[in-house]
Design a protein around this ligand. Structure first.
Ligand code: UT7
Length: 309
């Protein structure tokens, strides 16, 4: 879906969207394609790249806010479609930081020795929860999926550290008010848009820049490194202006920051793994590199992960 397509639906312009967000296009999954279907495509590619077999996977974690069903977890649907007989599977609801939260949980569980090979997925069909009458939000979001395999190893590569934080006081800055157990659909429910995403963009913008910087600095400091040691930053792709502001504050040149927002828009939990995959396949990550991932989303919630490749 291009900006020109959106110009036909809401009062907006390609010029406004590109200047304010950096987005030119976003992908919209067809009707009948669920989050589990997109996830399976990503999981297959990740598994192939890892050289492992489906029987080797003992842990599957999916970050999503657009599950196939309210019950069971979509991770269980993926488990069936991917045929992962030896895995336990569950979802994490952490909005745009879903993949980083998943990475944190998976690496921690692998470190305990209880699990060996984890599939961590970030996947969203945001088009199913976007209000296409609301120009404040509909121009931002897209659908997509990304996945990574984490495996136990004795060398010094892998997840160096993760940092996770949230502030539930600010949950109504980005939420879907109705349809859950707090405001369930009743027989006389009237659909007025509260069943879709609503967002206070400007308020979130400020918190996003501040807390993504804090999360990045914390994880770099904890590892005893400086920004100069970071080979590549994979930020959540929410707004090019947020990404540039973070790079500036961290004193990291934009050529070390991976950006693909122009093609996909904001894909929430899928944003970081899609960017990671594209960066890896484009040869931008080599063995021994420190890769910093940082994200921010509804909760409000934010987090970072530092990986030595
Ligand atoms: O995924 C993580 C969570 N989300 C985010 O990180 C999003 C963070 N926020 C943002 O990216 C930006 O705040 C937005 C892109 C959402 C909005 O950009 P902004 O520069 O903060 O614009 P604004 O909300 O202050 O709106 C400026 C003007 C307003 O008009 P008035 O009141 O000044 O007359 C809006 O009504 O732009 C108007 N506007 C639009 N105009 C054309 C808002 N949306 C649109 C639109 N097209 N799509």
């Amino acid at each position: 879906m291009t900006n020109a397509d959106l110009e036909k639906i809401v009062d907006t312009s390609d010029e406004w969207i590109v200047t304010r967000t950096g987005i030119k296009e976003r992908r919209i999954a067809p009707q009948g394609m669920a989050v589990s279907d997109m996830s399976v495509e990503a999981c297959k590619k990740a598994l192939e790249a890892s050289g492992l077999k489906s029987e080797d996977i003992d842990l599957l974690i999916l970050g999503t806010v657009t599950p196939d069903y309210k019950l069971p977890s979509t991770a269980c649907v993926i488990q069936e479609k991917m045929e992962l007989p030896n895995a336990t599977a569950f979802d994490i609801v952490a909005a745009c930081t879903g993949f980083i939260n998943g990475l944190s949980v998976a690496s921690s569980l692998i470190e305990t020795g209880a699990y060996k090979n984890a599939l961590v997925v970030g996947s969203e069909k945001l088009s199913s929860i976007v209000n296409y009458k609301d120009r404040n939000t509909c121009i931002l979001f897209g659908d997509g999926a990304g996945a990574a395999v984490l495996t136990a190893s004795d060398d010094d590569s892998g997840v160096v550290g993760t940092f996770l934080k949230s502030n539930g006081n600010l949950r109504d800055l980005l939420w879907i008010k109705d349809g859950g157990s707090a405001n369930p659909y009743t027989d006389d429910y009237v659909f007025t848009g509260e069943d879709k995403i609503s967002m206070s963009g400007g308020d979130i913008f400020k918190v996003a820049v501040k807390q993504m910087c804090n999360a990045a600095v914390k994880i770099i400091n904890d590892a005893g490194l400086t920004s100069d040691d970071i080979a590549l930053v994979i930020p959540h792709q929410a707004n090019i202006r947020i990404i540039e502001a973070i790079a500036k504050r961290l004193k990291i040149n934009m050529d070390k920051v991976f950006v693909n927002i122009e093609k996909y828009g904001n894909t929430s939990a899928a944003s970081v793994p899609i960017a990671l995959d594209e960066a890896y396949r484009a040869g931008k990550i080599k063995s021994g590199d420190y890769v910093l991932m940082v994200a921010f989303g509804g909760g409000l919630i934010w987090g970072s992960a530092l990986v030595k490749w």
